[in-house]
Design a protein around this ligand. Structure first.
Ligand SMILES: Cc1cc2nc3c(=O)[nH]c(=O)nc-3n(C[C@H](O)[C@H](O)[C@H](O)COP(=O)(O)OP(=O)(O)OC[C@H]3O[C@@H](n4cnc5c(N)ncnc54)[C@H](O)[C@@H]3O)c2cc1C
Length: 600
């Protein structure tokens, strides 16, 4: 394996054996695809990732964009890579054919993007935000807005941003106060300051289309008074040509720990007469409109975290096979040759944890992507609703579990490298810094925990939670019939049982009205829930791998054996953590809640 972005055997296994992505080819939308066309898109993306993105990942980290004379300067390699992305059609891999896309199933489209993230998350950020902003206009905007703004974005001529955050309003978006004043011609003038806006300014495209959240003059307070606007950097004439510069000013760049290739900006809207903006969708419905896109965006965040963990793991594996150090425990002869690091059990432990986290995280994100297609294209309304509910339930987990555990994988990749891992001569420290963003943006870890425990598990009277647990029980039943997997199945069964007890206890606490107490350990619940779901996906991988070991296999026996061992690791070492976390949550422990300000 030349590239260290993904193990292509694992990718094929996960897509075609575990998740059976070919079943989506039964949906009319994907009728023109077959396994070969899906594979061709994946191969192309991996080639672009390895040849155009990975080579300058370090450069854009070391020479981050600068702001001089009102312009953003950055390495020319960034534009070159993005031009290739556009020219290959990968920029809009999941989009319709008529819009220049490849109309790929969601799981394949996500992977095409994911490989670019693993190769160079900084450069990929510009394309990712553009497609997210274009999707927002396509789903929420009127036809005229789609043609004028979204189509040039999907063609890679305009780039896009998401402008939510303000200095005093981060997690608490209901407090944002950028204001939008209606004009006689139906447009608006916006006034306010946004912070942390990724890709907020650059010279990579003809124009930048900002998707901005702001308040109308008589909007109600809180999240129900937020509207969504298109605010172009340069105004666009009706014939599509560019007009005057809009009143959007780059106030400065923010200097970050990682993700340095993507500009992080402070933007001032309306320093002069107001930035011209156009309402998207209904007034006061902006946050809901934005969140319409969030499920898919959050799969993207989770997958980004997986892919950074994955590349770190492959680098650590390569290093551990190459570097020689010390002798096996018990070997006393100082003249015996030194052995590769991978010969040491503790190194194998750290590699196995990384494998369990990144391959488990990948299975989780692909599960989410499969649900995206099911929710849109499944045959019956009932199936579509069920898929939508399951996706809603899993979204905070898909966003957060990889952000926590694949980041931990990155930390272990540094550890495998020893002192060298701590230097800038090896890329693993950058993967860690880049990945550290993922528990923070797109809703922090703490906010996702509150979302899962406070809202998602009890949606539709707990129907989707129960459906998920039933599906896990079905897999447990299947695994119990396979002798080698029966102990793993039992362990997962114990985790599910302890989660059920914790969930019941929290629901009772919520019913009694003490929400603060009920949600005091929401982050722990999120962790335990994520481990349970990933434990399920590991058991499903092991069932497929056992079948592979018994013949009829696409991959070598060693590959399947590795899958079963990783499942055994997860069941024996990781799943018991669910039981202890669930116990704490279920006991409605108030140690943390009870700690007062002055007591720190
Ligand atoms: C590199 C980078 C890129 C970004 N890109 C964008 C972008 O493109 N567009 C955009 O709009 N924004 C962007 N953001 C902003 C990002 O979404 C916010 O930083 C994030 O939502 C958190 O807001 P905050 O930084 O104000 O932190 P705060 O909201 O102040 O949170 C600080 C801490 O308090 C916790 N906390 C806050 N409220 C609660 C609560 N009610 N209950 C429990 N805990 C709570 C949080 O979990 C967190 O741990 C980006 C940020 C970074 C760092």
């Amino acid at each position: 394996m030349q590239q260290k972005i993904i193990n292509t055997q694992d990718l094929a296994f996960q897509l075609f054996e575990l998740h059976d992505v070919e079943q989506t080819l039964g949906y009319e939308r994907y009728a023109e695809h077959n396994r070969e066309t899906l594979q061709a898109a994946l191969d192309l993306s991996l080639k672009v990732a390895a040849e155009e993105f990975a080579p300058h990942a370090r450069l854009v980290d070391e020479e981050e964009p600068t702001f001089e004379n009102g312009r953003v300067n950055m390495r020319p390699e960034v534009k070159k890579a993005l031009d290739v992305l556009r020219d290959t059609g990968l920029m809009a891999a999941g989009q319709d054919y008529e819009r220049g896309g490849m109309q790929l199933p969601a799981a394949v489209a996500q992977m095409c993007v994911g490989m670019l993230k693993g190769a160079n998350v900084g450069t990929q950020g510009y394309a990712g935000l553009t497609i997210a902003a274009a999707n927002l206009i396509m789903t929420q905007g009127i036809e005229h807005q789609q043609k004028k703004y979204a189509e040039p974005m999907m063609a890679g001529r305009f780039f896009g941003t998401m402008c939510l955050t303000e200095p005093h309003s981060g997690s608490s978006l209901g407090d944002l106060c950028t204001r939008a004043e209606p004009q006689d011609d139906g447009s608006y003038r916006l006034f306010g300051n946004k912070i942390f806006i990724s890709a907020g300014d650059h010279e990579l495209s003809d124009n930048i289309i900002h998707m901005v959240l702001a308040r109308l003059p008589d909007a109600p307070a809180g999240v129900k008074g937020i509207s969504l606007f298109i605010v172009p950097k340069i105004l666009v004439n009706d014939d599509g040509s560019l007009g005057e510069r809009n009143d959007v000013a780059l106030a400065g760049l923010i200097h970050k720990m990682g993700y340095r290739g993507t500009t992080s900006t402070m933007l001032n809207f309306g320093e002069k007469d107001g930035a011209v903006g156009y309402l998207v969708g209904e007034p006061n419905n902006g946050l809901a409109a934005m969140f319409h896109m969030m499920n898919e965006a959050r799969i993207g965040v989770g997958l980004g975290a997986v892919m950074l963990g994955y590349t770190g793991y492959l680098h650590a594996l390569d290093y551990a096979r190459d570097r020689k150090q010390g002798r096996p425990v018990g070997e006393k002869d100082p003249n015996s040759p030194q052995v590769p690091l991978i010969r040491h059990t503790d190194i194998r432990r750290m590699l196995l944890i990384q494998k369990a986290y990144v391959e488990g995280g990948l299975a989780l994100c692909l599960q989410g992507a499969m649900l995206v297609d099911e929710k849109k294209h499944a045959e019956t309304e009932d199936q579509r609703q069920l898929a939508a509910g399951l996706l809603d339930l899993l979204t905070p987990v898909i966003k957060s579990w990889p952000s926590q555990f694949c980041l931990e994988a990155n930390s272990l990749a540094i550890q495998v490298h020893g002192g060298y891992g701590y230097t800038r001569e090896y890329p693993v420290e950058q993967f860690y810094r880049d990945n550290r963003l993922n528990p923070i943006h797109e809703g922090t870890h703490g906010i996702q925990g509150i979302d899962l425990l406070g809202r998602k598990i009890s949606m539709a009277g707990g129907r989707f939670y129960q459906e998920l647990m039933d599906r896990i029980e079905t897999t447990i039943g299947e695994a119990r019939d396979i002798e080698r997997l029966a102990p793993c199945a039992d362990r997962l069964g114990r985790a599910v049982k302890s989660m059920a007890a914790a969930t019941d206890a929290i629901n009772a606490e919520k019913a009694s009205g003490n929400l603060e107490k009920a949600l005091a350990n929401a982050s722990l619940y999120l962790e335990a829930f994520g481990h349970t779901v990933v434990g399920w996906l590991w058991l499903r991988q092991a069932i497929k791998a056992m079948a592979g070991l018994q013949g009829n296999s696409e991959q070598p026996a060693e590959f399947y054996e590795g899958k079963v061992k990783a499942c055994e690791y997860f069941a024996r070492y990781e799943l018991p953590k669910v039981v202890s976390l669930a116990e704490l949550v279920g006991a409605v422990d108030t140690t943390v809640l009870g700690m007062q300000d002055g007591e720190f």
